[in-house]
Design a protein around this ligand. Structure first.
Ligand SMILES: [Zn+2]
Ligand SMILES: [Zn+2]
Length: 323
């Protein structure tokens, strides 16, 4: 399923099989998670994608050709971070997520809304057993970015999650397993998301326009909505952190300095490192994380994106490639 121009629906196309470069693996794609970033690229909110482009950066597939790190037929996952330079000051200081020349899967490189995909094996992960192909896919971005956000939120006893979609439904489980208290904020009146949050261990779930019943130690904002920034700053206590996890957000309204005063920290999270991937994929089966997915056939990628845009996905949307 190919994006030929931003703002236009994906179209089904037969593309030539890419020549395999040294260090690359060719995968038969089984599933590919649908991320809000895919929607931002498709809708033109993120500039400069490769075009035409195959979207998708939560790929679960098996190797069919190439590579040395994985056995033939092994199940691997391909995340958003597709290549880094290894030389810039970020790469050399353990922050490859900020690499100046990073290339991202399903943005600069063709991704997994396809029957086959090619990836640099150094950026692929082994998928833990115990996760079916559809359930594993959301770990690769929703899970990873959520996990990185939780780590960067510090060590909060009480954590607020704004936007209870694919990422938050995984982070809530990780946070609960670490003994944290979870507070979930959704679009106003989204009873389905609020009940899912409670099922997954949130002790409180409510509208994002509401104040939580008590002060929070940190909050993560997954929804791409700038007005949630002052709302979340208002909800956290002195010394608390607010982490913006999305790649795109509407403008943040101005707010009084007193919301930031008291050593509150406001920061974003960008991309992932391979370390984040290894850490989460080792942790997920031990908890164990249970991802909730809504599957769509590959050919219905547009319908999956529409459902995500409309807030109709419970948990995560995943495309399934028929054999
Ligand atoms: Zn670099
Ligand atoms: Zn993503």
């Amino acid at each position: 399923m190919v994006l030929e121009a931003q703002g236009k629906p994906l179209v089904e196309r037969e593309l030539p099989r890419p020549e395999l470069q040294p260090g690359q693996v060719r995968l038969r794609v089984h599933t590919c998670g649908v991320c809000r970033t895919d929607l931002h690229i498709r809708d033109g909110e993120l500039p400069g994608p490769k075009l035409p482009l195959v979207l998708g950066h939560q790929i679960v597939g098996t190797t069919i050709e190439g590579g040395a790190a994985f056995a033939a037929g092994q199940r691997v996952g391909v995340p958003w971070l597709g290549w880094t330079c290894g030389e810039c000051r970020y790469c050399r200081s353990g922050r490859e997520n900020l690499c100046h020349r990073a290339r991202f899967t399903g943005y600069h490189l063709d991704g997994g809304y396809a029957a086959e995909a090619v990836a640099d094996e150094r950026y692929c992960f082994e998928i833990p057993e115990g996760f079916a192909d559809a359930q594993a896919a959301p770990l690769l971005c929703a899970g990873l970015i959520g996990y990185r956000s939780l780590v960067l939120a510090g060590d909060p006893g009480r954590i607020g999650l704004y936007g209870f979609g694919a990422s938050a439904h995984i982070v809530a489980q990780v946070a609960r397993s670490q003994g944290r208290r979870v507070f979930a904020f959704t679009r106003d009146g989204d009873d389905a998301a609020q009940s899912l949050a409670r099922e997954l261990g949130a002790e409180w779930a409510g509208d994002s326009s509401m104040q939580p019943p008590e002060e929070l130690d940190a909050a993560i904002i997954f929804a791409p909505v700038g007005r949630l920034v002052p709302a979340a700053l208002r909800a956290v206590g002195k010394g608390g952190s607010v982490v913006c996890a999305g790649i795109h957000m509407s403008d943040i309204p101005s707010f009084p300095y007193e919301l930031l005063w008291g050593e509150r920290v406001l920061r974003s999270v960008a991309n992932l490192t391979r370390r984040d991937g290894k850490d989460l994929l080792a942790l997920a089966p031990r908890i164990p994380v249970r991802t909730m997915v809504q599957t769509f056939p590959l050919a219905e990628a547009e319908r999956a994106l529409d459902s995500l845009r409309a807030g109709r996905i419970r948990g995560a949307a995943v495309l399934v490639v028929e054999e």
